[in-house]
Ligand binder design. Structure first.
Ligand SMILES: Cc1cc2nc3c(=O)[nH]c(=O)nc-3n(C[C@H](O)[C@H](O)[C@H](O)COP(=O)(O)O)c2cc1C
Length: 186
């Protein structure tokens, strides 16, 4: 059976998330066979158990990185996890072959709506342009880029508007369904 590892990079999922919290709880519901790692709750001091995290990655076939877009990339917590866990000799380098052939899925949300992410739009570039570092990260580690699922317009600024909240909830649920669909198709 394909082993799926879902890693949440939100910096404060319990107290300061709307969308990622819904996405992850839906994923847990529809993909209970996956292993879920919540970096914020598991490592409140951001001090990772590197061996444990490497073992989790080693035993996975599909790795899903779930996060909110923070300044056009992964949140600092998830970046720290990348920096400390994906090290030379494990994920890359002549002896670092632990992740070769594993599939990487990127699943993320943004506050700005999708249509702002285009040339000439407020965010300046198509959203996929911001994924270049992650694509190259996958390649450098010998992982297979298995695609991404993205939903925009999930703004914290709308958290106090009931109608917008309902729309965001539906969008987050649809996002989770799409991400699970992608993972199960691999
Ligand atoms: C520190 C920080 C940086 C952010 N940077 C961006 C950004 O670069 N682009 C964007 O569209 N939204 C940005 N946002 C909005 C978040 O992406 C959005 O609130 C999040 O995806 C919603 O998910 P959540 O409810 O799980 O937190 C940022 C939010 C914070 C707090």
């Amino acid at each position: 059976m394909t082993k799926i590892l879902v890693v949440s990079g939100h910096t404060d999922l319990q107290r300061n998330s709307f969308a990622n919290k819904i996405i992850l709880s839906r994923l847990e519901e529809i993909m209970p066979e996956a292993e879920y790692v919540y970096l914020d709750t598991e490592y409140p001091g951001w001090k990772f158990d590197v061996e444990r995290e490497q073992d989790r990655l080693r035993s996975a076939d599909v790795i899903v990185m779930q996060f909110p877009f923070f300044w056009y990339g992964v949140p600092s917590l998830m970046h720290k996890w990348m920096e400390e866990v994906f090290v030379h000799g494990f994920s890359h380098g002549s002896k670092g072959k632990a992740l070769v052939g594993k599939k990487l899925v990127i699943s993320f949300t943004s506050g700005a709506p999708e249509e702002m992410y285009q040339a000439g739009g407020l965010q300046g570039y198509p959203v996929e342009d911001f994924l270049i570092p992650l694509k190259q990260f996958a390649k450098a580690c010998g992982m297979i880029w298995a695609g991404y699922v993205y939903s925009g317009g999930l703004s914290y600024a709308s958290r106090h508007d009931d109608a917008k909240l309902q729309a965001m909830k539906e969008k987050a649920l649809a996002h989770a369904d799409k991400a699970a669909g992608l993972v199960k198709s691999l």
